[in-house]
Each structure stands twice: as structure tokens, then as C-alpha cells.
Design a protein around this ligand. Structure first.
Ligand SMILES: C[S@@+](CC[C@H](N)C(=O)[O-])C[C@H]1O[C@@H](n2cnc3c(N)ncnc32)[C@H](O)[C@@H]1O
Length: 173
């Protein structure tokens, strides 16, 4: 398990300011494969979806082997664009309660940028070195771990999605 990496994919909807786009920055560092067409996304992978009914958990590691996908769009477009990805039969998962550390949404729960979403998912799924590698490319990286250390450890030690839902109650105000 140590040193293992998950394949990371971004479906890029070309909606945000390219200068601020964290997915583009990840691509520059060779950390992610970026597609602008839905056809190329892998079947059976995990889709990080804030609207999903199921929370991500270590039990999803089996799907992470197919890949982890983020949809890089504006928050205003989330409700419209996620349903378009249904055709790919991915495993839609929401991230549990943590706080964003990025300058756009600092301190707000659940509203992660694309890179933060990868960092959180990788950590929970047990790809901790890869999570640190992604975070190290961003100014807010250390702050994300400082703000969320306790929940991240607790989620990474959880069994399944139901467990995660129980655990997150401890951290919610
Ligand atoms: C809405 S986009 C915003 C991207 C931002 N403009 C950037 O440059 O990083 C962030 C994406 O990260 C993932 N994400 C963010 N918060 C999430 C959450 N609470 N649960 C699941 N996925 C989440 C989703 O794939 C979401 O579409």
C-alpha cells in the first residue's frame, strides 16, 4: 500500500478563471490527467460529487484503482453539470465535513476546490503520500491539513460510508 498511487482525472468544463484553476495547476505538475470530453472518463471510477447521497470511505479503495475523478466547474454550475456525467456509471461520492483552506472559500465546510477534493479523498482512501504530494504544490496545502487533521485521521480509520456519517457528527458545530 505504501507508495501506491491512484490515477487522478479531471473533467474540465472550462468555466473558471484559468489563472486560479487548481486542476490546471495539477496538470502542469503532471499530477492529473485532464479531459474536456466525458467519453474519455473511466467507467467504475470514483466521481467526487458534492451532491452525492453516499460519503466516500476507505471501503471505496476498490473503485479508486479505476481512478478518482473531479469535475472542475463553477459552484453555480454543479447542479447542472453533474447529471451529465451519469452516463459513465461512476461511483458518486461526497466528501464528509471538513473545512476548505483555499482563499476563495476559506473556512467554509464542504466547498473544496478541485485540488483540495483530491487531497481529502486520497487521504481518506489511504493514499496519504499522494495526498501530501498534491497539497505540497499549493500555498494552502499545509493549512488544509492543519485545519482538518483530526477529521482526516478519523475518516481514514473508518470502515464504511455509514461509519463516516456517524463520525462527521463529532466535528460538525
Ligand atoms: C465545483 S469545482 C470548483 C473548482 C475550482 N474552480 C478550482 O479551481 O479548483 C470543485 C470540484 O471538487 C469536487 N468537490 C468539491 N467539494 C466536494 C465535496 N464536498 N464532495 C465531493 N466532491 C467535492 C467536485 O468534483 C467539484 O466539482
Amino acid at each position: 500500500m505504501e507508495g501506491e498511487k491512484a490515477r487522478l482525472y479531471v473533467y474540465h468544463a472550462r468555466q473558471d478563471d484559468p489563472k486560479k484553476c487548481t486542476a490546471r495547476r495539477m496538470k502542469q505538475f503532471g499530477l492529473v490527467t485532464m479531459y474536456e470530453s466525458i467519453e474519455k472518463l473511466p467507467f467504475g471510477a470514483i466521481l467526487l460529487d458534492p451532491t452525492a447521497g453516499k460519503a466516500i470511505s476507505p471501503a471505496d479503495r476498490q473503485y479508486a484503482q479505476k481512478g478518482i475523478v473531479v469535475l472542475d466547474c463553477t459552484w453555480e454550475e454543479v447542479e447542472r453539470v453533474f447529471p451529465m456525467l451519469k452516463v459513465k456509471h461512476m461511483e458518486n461520492r461526497a466528501l464528509p465535513y471538513m473545512l476548505a483552506a483555499n482563499p476563495m472559500n476559506y473556512g467554509r465546510p464542504f466547498m473544496f476546490n478541485s485540488a483540495e477534493a483530491f487531497v481529502a479523498a486520497l487521504y481518506i482512501l489511504g493514499y496519504k503520500e499522494q495526498a501530501f504530494e498534491v497539497a505540497s504544490r499549493f500555498k494552502w496545502g499545509e493549512t488544509f491539513f492543519a485545519l482538518n487533521r483530526e477529521p482526516l485521521e478519523a475518516y481514514a480509520a473508518a470502515k464504511d460510508s455509514a461509519d463516516i456519517i456517524e463520525i462527521q457528527k463529532e466535528f460538525m458545530p
